[in-house]
Design a protein around this ligand. Structure first.
Ligand code: SAH
Ligand code: F3S
Length: 443
């Protein structure tokens, strides 16, 4: 068999796309290697969400170029969002590339590689998939390896929101949902192979069911139906968009024990003028109201978010509103970013007016603020018992296993005769950042 080396940058969608490409290539005669020096095919699945991500990728390709010079038969591919965004232009910067392929062609990876082998010519594939439906067909032979205790399942692709700062609608196209039957059958297969937890995945999962389906099912309905799949113990989803969050979805948290008590709900800013400029379609008050409704239906629910500091025109007091909102919600964790203009987005037409030093300072303050909130939330668990789904071995000194509790905190634990996939009660003895440490209790 030939060998493929895969490197992945960016979000969970990219991780899922890489896994899918690995599987499709496996069926086409490639096994995965972790040593790029011996590979016949190298694919770098890229991200273009922020400038930093792009810089890392360009420097990686600088290191890959000599491998191609040494072995002209090596196929070197750049897939993912940067490929979609830059297309042909990348060949100008990196003429040694063999393949440039956007995320809409993941299903065609084996075909693309075969064609390059046959013709010996490089290929740019950044057109949109014109099919109305979004399908990830089940392959006949089971995928290599084990899915692990927690597995991601794509339910929707693309994003129609066009937040002013974001490239996703341009790199991943319009929202298209997968048929519910196809999703159930993938989940059943994963559960049969040992998965205990499913995380439904999409850029905007709660827009599920709106487009691209023969048999439309609203998102909350999908949750109720997935919850009935025998053998499934835990259900999560990510990422949600506040405006699309329905009352029915809030009630699903109340009704479904299997739906874990955590929600990642990006807010970006706590200031109404900035939220409006970002085209988020809601105010800070509306976000807070949604959160309090959730907290009253699902007591103890953990919330995490995404935050951008230094959006064009953001004043010091507008920034303070973000810190205030973080405090009011009490996020258990946040992904915090300094704004960077992305080519082609509406915000890139505005002057990037907040100086880098100020952005940096605001980011620091946000990180420190979140660290305090995380500590406050962590204390809730100290000395208490939490249920942990074991995902695998811990690399932390003194602990044997790692997993997550329902609120999505990483938990390291000590305990004998356990295995991945077990759900165990753990007494929390310590914490550090967004991580809890403890020992398994005798069952
Ligand atoms: N719904 C998506 C959000 C995608 S982008 C999801 O599935 O996660 C992830 C986060 O990156 C955004 O929520 C936003 O906080 C941040 N981000 C996007 N564009 C950005 C930019 N131009 N500058 C800084 N941060 C950005
Ligand atoms: Fe991006 Fe906004 Fe969609 S952040 S992924 S355009 S919801």
């Amino acid at each position: 068999m030939k060998e493929v080396y895969l490197d992945t940058f960016g979000c969970q969608m990219n991780v899922a796309d890489s896994e899918r490409m690995e599987l499709l290539l496996f069926h086409s005669g490639y096994t995965r290697t972790h040593e790029k020096e011996n590979a016949d095919l190298i694919l770098v699945n890229t991200c273009s969400i922020r400038e930093k991500a792009e810089q890392k990728i360009f420097s990686l390709f600088g290191h890959l170029k000599p491998l191609k010079e040494k072995n002209p038969d090596l196929i070197l591919g750049l897939t993912g969002c940067l490929a979609q965004q830059e297309g042909e232009r990348l060949l100008g910067k990196m003429p040694f590339l063999d393949l440039i392929m956007g995320p809409d062609h993941v299903e065609d990876i084996a075909l693309a590689v075969d064609r390059i082998r046959q013709t010996g010519e490089s290929m740019v594939w950044s057109t949109w998939d014109e099919r109305k439906n979004y399908s990830i067909p089940t392959l006949e032979a089971p995928p290599p390896g084990n899915p692990g205790a927690s597995a991601f399942v794509n339910i929707i692709k693309g994003c129609d929101k066009f937040c002013s700062f974001c490239v996703v609608p341009f790199t991943r196209g319009r929202e298209k949902s997968r048929e519910a039957e196809e999703i159930y059958s993938e989940i059943r297969q994963l559960v049969d192979r040992g998965a205990k937890e499913i995380i439904l995945l999409g850029q905007n999962v709660n827009a599920y069911g709106k487009r691209g389906m023969n048999d439309p099912v609203p998102f909350h309905e999908l949750l109720y139906r997935v919850a009935e799949i025998p053998g499934l113990s835990r259900l999560r989803f990510t990422t949600s968009y506040p405006r699309d969050f329905t009352r029915e979805l809030i009630l699903a948290y109340r009704d479904l024990d299997i739906l874990m008590n955590h929600l990642h709900l990006p807010v970006q800013s706590g200031n109404d003028r900035i939220l409006n400029d970002m085209r988020r379609g809601h105010t800070a008050r509306e976000y807070l109201d949604l959160v309090s409704e959730l907290k009253s239906e699902a007591p103890g629910i953990a919330l995490s978010t995404d935050i951008i500091v230094g959006y064009p025109g953001e004043t010091e007091s507008e920034f303070q509103d973000t810190l205030k909102l973080m405090e009011q919600v009490g996020f258990s964790s946040s992904f915090m970013f300094s704004y960077s203009p992305r080519p082609g987005t509406p915000a890139a037409l505005l002057a990037d007016s907040v100086p880098e030093a100020v952005k940096h300072e605001r980011l620091q303050k946000t990180l420190e603020h979140q660290a305090r909130l995380t500590e406050r939330e962590a204390r809730r668990f100290l000395g208490k018992d939490v249920e942990v789904l074991i995902e695998g071995r811990s690399s932390k000194n003194g602990y044997e296993w790692k997993g997550r509790n329902p609120e999505y905190w990483r938990v390291h634990l000590s305990g004998a005769s356990l295995k991945a996939g077990d759900i165990v009660k753990v007494r929390v003895d310590e914490f550090s950042g967004h991580t809890l440490m403890g020992h398994a209790l005798d069952q």
